[in-house]
Design a protein around this ligand. Structure first.
Ligand SMILES: [Zn+2]
Ligand SMILES: [Zn+2]
Length: 85
């Protein structure tokens, strides 16, 4: 995880960075988190790394988790025999 941040900072050493999610500026290193576009944490290609706010980042991953859970439940419901519904 920290590796992506290092790669990102090496390529983009100057603040402010622009948050990928809200488009606002990220003013300090303390507020900088690096998001992996393809969600693969060890894929530290610079094209896969985006500056984000910790709050925006958290919200995004929480929403993603909800969507995945919903999809999982929908699929599970489809696979249940009709009598079980
Ligand atoms: Zn943001
Ligand atoms: Zn992320």
């Amino acid at each position: 995880m920290a590796k992506g941040r290092e790669v990102f900072l090496a390529a983009n050493p100057d603040w402010p960075w622009t948050c990928f999610f809200c488009g606002e500026e990220v003013w300090s290193r303390e507020d900088l988190q690096v998001h992996h576009m393809d969600e693969i944490d060890f894929h530290n290609d610079i094209g896969n790394l985006f500056a984000v706010h910790p709050g925006c980042h958290k919200k995004w991953h929480a929403a993603l988790k909800r969507i995945r859970l919903k999809a999982f439940r929908a699929r599970a419901a489809l696979e249940l025999p009709e009598t079980a519904l």
